[in-house]
Design a protein around this ligand. Sequence first.
Ligand code: GLC
Length: 454
Amino acid sequence: MKKILSLTTCLLFLTLSSFLAIQVTAQTKPSISKETPEQKLKRMQWWTDARFGMFIHWGLYALPARHEWVKNKERITNETYQKYFDEFNPDLFEPKKWAKEAKAAGMKYAVLTTKHHEGFCLFDSKYTDYKATKTAAKRDLVKEYVDAFRAEGIKIGFYYSLIDWHHPDFTIDEVHPQRPLINSDTAYARLNKGRDMTKYRTYLYNQVTELLSNYGKIDILWLDFSFPGKYGKGKDDWNSVALIKQIRKLQPGIIVDNRLDLGSYSDGEDFDTPEQVSPKELEKYKGKTWETCQTFSGSWGYYRDENSWKTHRELLDLLITSTSNGGNLILNVGPTARGEFDYRATNALDSLSQWMHANSKAIYYCTFAPGTFQVPEKDKLTYNAAAKRLYVHLFEYPATGNLVLPGYKGKIKYAQFLHDNSELIMKEEGNDILLTVPVKKPGYEIPVVELTLN
Ligand code: GLC
């Protein structure tokens, strides 16, 4: 009896202390806005349902065509980099084509680099001359992107680099092209003489204000990136709190990424951004709100000589694995300096569009399956709760003609292939369900079985 009593006290104590711990963490994180978690869920609903978006990294770095960080990697000065501005002439820029490709591939939203770290603005900002309107393009390219994608019913996102390697007041830090060879306070002090971050902060605030005022409804803002530390930059350098307040004031429904360094607030970020991680690593994000950003070949900007392009299967794996862990995938295209998607990107998108045409029901509105469903070996599950459908993504096609659904007895009403709604005959075997599938694999890299649940 004594033992039972002390066990109960122990349990009570544990429950109480974990309850208090949760309260304390919730309390210690201040909030910036008054939005409730329910309101946040609602604001983000379309994005969660969409699951798949297109990132577009395009800027002057498309001309050197050897990484969007070329200015940093090769420590290029503004003077030397100027040739790319002078030569910028995207004669094949037709964002309507981009939008059509994105739509065909099943992407529901897009995010374009309005300014990347190099500082060049694709939009007509009144705060700088370092912009597309002053090049041979002579146009506001952001406006054309917005119009084209909106016309296709694709949600509009802006990427905006917090970092700026062109602005004269942006102080030199450890990732700046003109960073010192050896880090020291005196070296930075010498390099930063005459630079004034206060002025840059105003510039940043003004440009974000322009972007969120001049192009109608903007659905996503992707700010990039913070790297707090002695020779880095974080929320105080950007004045992130004031910035996010202004962002939400101008565009109340907007969805903002997590790179403003506002993690110490309960509502400083809308989603996590695991960058270029493997499908395996995505599993640990289950239960969070997240979007993995991924490239076709490694770099984000157009990189002519990069040959590490992902296969169709690898891209599908990223898409399916994201959904099956409750997250989004934003897949990047780096258009060429002439303004079009390179043939390798187009081919990859074409293959995705074939798969999505047949299988998108297993992606949109889907998330991870309830724990009561065992994942058949090597496969992956996605789940649409409202439609009461479970999707089995056949990563390893059963050449035997039999697909075992372990422990599924009594849970399934009907089974079919998703791509053609052709019935898959079910048999019970003990606790399992056995589906008869054709021995010849259907013409999709990863075919999907659709199960209607009881
Ligand atoms: C990184 C890189 C950048 C890219 C971005 C996309 O922060 O600096 O080049 O735009 O990730 O996630």
